[in-house]
Design a protein around this ligand. Structure first.
Ligand SMILES: Cc1ncc(COP(=O)(O)O)c(C=O)c1O
Length: 394
């Protein structure tokens, strides 16, 4: 039998299976299971966004289009960013991609390859490290610690991770899976580090609108960086406007990178479908009401979950500042992989095991609470009952 695999590229062969998908496959067909393993909410895309797409299709917008994105969407991105961060933004800074994931791929393709290193604070969404790996570059983890203040990033540890091979620091704040949210001072210190070492920052601020202290957004590298800084932002429509299935995102980068990014888009997807871009434009221009609705709904679910878990006395967590995940440990349960499978079988709950997010996540579970309060009340009850019914393992 031909050994097909032996002749494949090692970077492709070594791409790891997702530890999230493993539990998902185990439990996806279970009747009545409440799925909280994936990073998405339970609301469909709002109607005004879908209608913009159907209008575009009806108008015959079915042809190849601008590699960088249609001008109207790039202008809408500039307006959205100006509203959110203040100051002026030129549409030249924006590039439409076929998902946040593709924005990450393009940013990394431009910055890192064989022999290069990318620093990544962990626990982190597994796709970051895998995307670095398939480019033949190496991830250097900067493990975060969990203590009384929740998850914290040791900036000295981050600085120690920089070597002559470092090309970029990948920063995700608010973070998936921990909810850790960098302060403005932390972002300024990380930017100073990047400046002093001449390395890039890839800033994933996908959850920047999901903060739970009442602020309209999380601190951002936009607050501290200037036009001469080496910062590439990667972002997505998936979370803010319930558009995970549309596969559309964006890159914001210094305009000097424009031709390179355009070519990388040309040689991957050759651009994003126009009707999808029309939908994305509607989301940016008219989506604040929907986002407020989501935030209120998820905020209520978050409060229910924290209260139920605190009542068990067995869950180790500090309410996270941002994103829509709880990354928690359970007293007496060290093997979170096994625990995630038992929760499928015995509680009808779908959670992701922490080891899927790097070594620093061992012993933790990730729960996505971006659901309506009724469903979250039931999920919290099942989880609290399950924890209370099981004696501590020695
Ligand atoms: C931190 C982070 N960045 C980027 C993405 C990519 O989003 P998408 O590919 O759906 O646009 C995700 C999705 O879960 C994420 O959690």
């Amino acid at each position: 039998m031909t050994d097909f695999l032996a002749s494949l590229r090692p970077e492709a062969l070594d791409a790891p299976p997702s530890g999230i998908v493993e539990v998902w496959n185990y439990g996806r067909l279970r009747e009545g299971l409440i799925p909280m393993w994936a990073g998405e909410g339970d609301l469909p895309t709002p109607a005004f966004v879908c209608e913009a797409a159907t209008r575009s299709l009806a108008a015959g917008e079915t042809f190849y289009t601008w590699q960088r994105g249609v001008p109207e969407l790039r202008e809408a991105l500039a307006r959205y960013n100006a509203r959110l961060y203040g100051g002026e933004f030129s549409p030249d800074r924006f590039f439409v991609t076929a998902s946040g994931m593709q924005a990450i791929q393009i940013a990394l393709t431009a910055l890192a390859g064989p022999g290069d290193e990318v620093i990544l604070p962990t626990p982190a969404w597994p796709n970051f490290a895998a995307a670095v790996g398939v480019r033949g570059a190496r991830v250097v983890e900067a493990p975060m610690s969990f203590g009384n203040r929740g998850w914290t990033l040791d900036l000295d540890r981050l600085a120690d991770a920089v070597t002559p091979a470092t090309k970029a620091i990948f920063m995700n704040s608010p973070a998936n899976p921990t909810g850790w949210t960098a302060t403005r001072d932390e972002l300024a210190a990380i930017l100073d580090l990047a400046r002093s070492k001449g390395v890039w920052i890839v800033a994933d601020e996908v959850y920047g609108r999901f903060v739970w202290d009442g602020s309209p957004r999380a601190p951002s590298f936009h607050d501290v960086a200037g036009p001469d800084d080496r910062v590439v932002f990667v972002n997505t429509f998936s979370k803010n406007w319930a558009m995970t299935g549309w596969r559309v995102g964006w890159i914001e980068a210094p305009p000097q990178l424009g031709d390179v990014i355009e070519n990388l888009i040309q040689y991957s997807t050759s651009g994003v479908a126009v009707f999808v871009q029309r939908a994305a434009t509607a989301a940016l221009d008219h989506g604040e009401g929907f986002l407020d609705h989501q935030l209120r709904r998820i905020g209520e679910s978050r409060a229910l979950l924290m209260e139920a878990l605190a009542g068990t006395g067995r869950a180790r967590f500090v309410p996270p500042a941002g994103a829509f995940y709880l990354f928690f440990g359970v007293e007496g349960e060290d093997d979170a992989g096994d625990l995630a499978l038992r929760l499928v079988d015995e509680a009808g709950l779908g959670l992701a095991p922490g080891l899927a997010f790097g070594r620093a996540g061992a012993g933790f579970l990730r729960l996505c609470y971006a659901r309506g309060p009724d469903s979250m009340r039931e999920a919290s009850r099942r989880l609290a009952d399950w924890l209370s019914a099981r004696p501590l393992r020695a």
